[in-house]
Design a protein around this ligand. Structure first.
Ligand code: ZN
Ligand code: ZN
Length: 180
């Protein structure tokens, strides 16, 4: 004893997670859940304890997590610096569809900017200029890709424009490169 570190102290977090699967000692698990330096390991310990959704777990997981930036979501509002981890129990943040070049992107907004996000989810029918919010899940609205970008159409105008635009594409020639 003492010569070998137990597996749950392995320096590779992945190995620690594997070791946690085998652990039954609740006290030890609770200790790892609170104190392991790696977010994924703490989460694994909470899972093994069956408490991954508890308030306690959320609080512990949320602390000291600069090491796991890839898990963090940022508010989609320009110049907002709110960042958070999208865990169960996260209140006020919302995913709002945003029209982007090429279609729709789901973007998170913080509680103070959800309204802005909804405002920016507005699209306009290229044909009749009717507008709608994508966040209201409008039925029948759709977009088409054109050589000039993404165009939105209302349900009344989407079909005829789809045809018109596919005809445009047929006649469209990609610009030739310099060395062609
Ligand atoms: Zn924000
Ligand atoms: Zn229209």
């Amino acid at each position: 004893m003492g010569l070998f570190k137990p597996k749950w102290q392995h320096k590779n977090p992945k190995k620690r997670i594997t070791a946690i699967e085998m652990l039954e000692d609740q006290e030890l698990l609770a200790d790892i859940a609170k104190n392991d330096e790696d977010f994924m390991v703490r989460m694994a310990a909470y899972k093994k304890l069956g408490k991954e959704d508890s308030q306690e777990a959320l609080a512990d997981i949320a602390k000291n997590d600069e090491d796991n930036l890839y898990h963090i979501i940022e508010c989609g509002s320009y110049a907002c610096t709110e960042r958070v981890r999208p865990l169960p129990g996260l209140v006020g943040w919302e995913k709002v569809p945003q029209p982007i070049f090429g279609g729709i992107e789901m973007v998170y907004f913080c509680p103070s900017h959800v309204k802005d996000g909804r405002e920016k989810s507005k699209v306009t029918c290229k044909h009749c200029e009717k507008t709608v919010y994508l966040s209201d899940k409008p039925v029948g609205w759709d977009y088409v890709h054109t050589p000039a970008g993404t165009l939105w159409f209302c349900p009344e105008h989407i079909e005829e424009n789809r045809e018109y635009i596919s005809a445009q594409w047929k006649n469209f020639k990609w610009p030739k490169g310099e060395d062609d």
